[in-house]
Ligand binder design. Structure first.
Ligand code: TRP
Ligand code: SF4
Length: 424
């Protein structure tokens, strides 16, 4: 398997992915959350980094945020819907929501004109509103946000060429702009922690695993631009200054914990969280960022309806949120299933739902209720239902959903003024 932000190839082995990338399985957190979403319960969200921070903020009723971005290089489809559902769910359970329209990325990486990305970007915005995003969200086009551009510039001062090469596999021919949009995305991810949005806080970024290089880089950058570098030691926190050592002297004057002072660092002893909070508060006073490393969740890649990968050059391989309901029904009827060679065989052996693109539609998009989903799985594996019939049911759920969704998009268009949207 080969996974980068710009291409995904091969058969994906999720437990290997977790190991190789150093993520953690999401399943270990399920019991700690007061509420779960269907995507979490069904293992579609399979991995995370540092989501414990989010769980902590939820349980302690502290501020936290959710942010993700969409590249408007093609119309929004069911893959984007999954991320949108994740943002909306996190907003419902108390996160401040941030939505980036990655028009700079689409312009630079995919060559779309500014007019095109604006038009397409608006379809994403209407879609996520139709899916339930409320007016408290911050929505912006990257190119229209001066705070994103300023922060990206600051962050880019901490990234050098060998690092970009190692993380993204960039080559001599890679353009400066393509490199620069990695800083823009890092700025998207860290912006919710700026002073104007209430300062440092846990932020979760729901993405596909292909976006993990961006997450890793941004977690590093978050630490690099801070004044103080914190490291956990036996019964406290070791503090170093990444900027002037003068900052260390300043913090030793105000820090109200048992401490040992050295030339290059200070060891403070006591409750780690309390020490960290105190240092962050002080860093903010000094004009620093005091960023926390962002958290992330990773969802599975969705399979194309035609088998194999979903591809924007093959419209029959996915359902677009703007498809005519009748057309979407046809796509479902033609989809590759986990059915057997003959009806007789299928009645005997049952179908294979875990290899079926139609069952995947039920899991991710069409069936809210877990019991109902279990029934569909049983009907399939017991051979009680055959694929033709099953696809018809999925097709009518899809067209029903699309009809309603497109109606809600129209309503969203009429209500856009009620939202905080930074638009060029
Ligand atoms: N690069 C992402 C994609 O290709 C889009 C994106 C832009 C994004 N900014 C982001 C995703 C911030 C997560 C967080 O889909
Ligand atoms: Fe897929 Fe339905 Fe066929 Fe089972 S019966 S393989 S779920 S289409």
């Amino acid at each position: 398997m080969r996974i980068t932000p710009w291409e995904v190839e091969g058969v994906i082995d999720y437990s290997r992915l977790i190991q190789e990338f150093g993520m953690k399985p999401f399943s270990e957190l399920i019991g700690k959350l007061p509420e779960t979403s269907p995507l979490i319960r069904r293992g579609v969200i399979f991995g995370h980094r540092d989501y414990e921070r989010i769980v902590g903020a939820i349980n302690n009723k502290k501020p936290w945020a959710v942010m993700s971005g969409f590249m408007p290089s093609g119309m929004p489809h069911f893959g984007h819907k999954m991320t949108m559902d994740e943002i909306v769910w996190h907003q419902k359970i108390g996160g401040n929501a941030f939505v980036a329209i990655a028009d700079m990325e689409a312009h630079v990486v995919r060559g779309f004109s500014w007019d095109e990305v604006k038009k397409v970007g608006l379809e994403y915005i209407k879609s996520i509103i139709a899916l339930g995003l409320n007016e408290n969200a911050i929505i912006y086009f990257q190119s229209a946000s001066s705070s994103i551009r300023d922060l990206a510039f600051e962050l880019s001062a901490e990234v050098n060429w060998s690092e970009l090469k190692a993380i993204y596999g960039f080559i001599s021919e890679t353009t400066l702009a393509k490199m620069y949009v990695t800083s823009i995305q890092a700025a998207d991810i860290l912006q919710p922690q700026l002073k104007e949005y209430g300062g440092p806080k846990p932020v979760v970024i729901p993405v596909g695993a292909d976006q993990d290089p961006h997450i890793r880089l941004t977690r590093d950058l978050a630490a690099r631009v801070n004044i103080f570098a914190l490291e956990s030691i036996d019964s406290g926190i070791r503090i170093r200054s990444r900027k002037d050592t003068d900052y260390l002297r300043k913090i030793s004057d105000v820090l109200n914990f048992d401490k040992k002072i050295y030339d290059e660092h200070i060891d403070a002893f006591g409750d780690k969280t309390e020490i960290e909070n105190e240092i962050r508060r002080f860093e903010l006073e000094l004009g620093g960022y005091a960023f926390l490393p962002p958290s992330s969740t990773y969802h599975r890649f969705i399979t194309g309806l035609t088998g194999g990968k979903m591809s924007s050059s093959k419209p029959e391989s996915f359902i677009s949120l703007l498809d005519k309901p009748e057309e979407a029904e046809k796509k479902v009827m033609k989809a590759i299933t986990g059915g057997r060679g003959s009806a007789e065989e299928q009645r005997k052996l049952g179908g294979e739902p875990d290899k079926c693109s139609v069952f995947e539609l039920y899991v991710i998009h069409l069936v809210e209720d877990d019991k109902e989903l279990e029934e569909i799985r049983n009907e399939c594996t017991s051979g009680k239902i055959l694929c033709g019939h099953c696809k018809k049911r999925a097709a009518s759920l899809v067209s029903e959903f699309l009809r309603e969704h497109q109606e809600k998009m129209k309503e969203a268009e009429a209500r856009l003024d009620a939202y905080n949207i930074v638009i060029r």
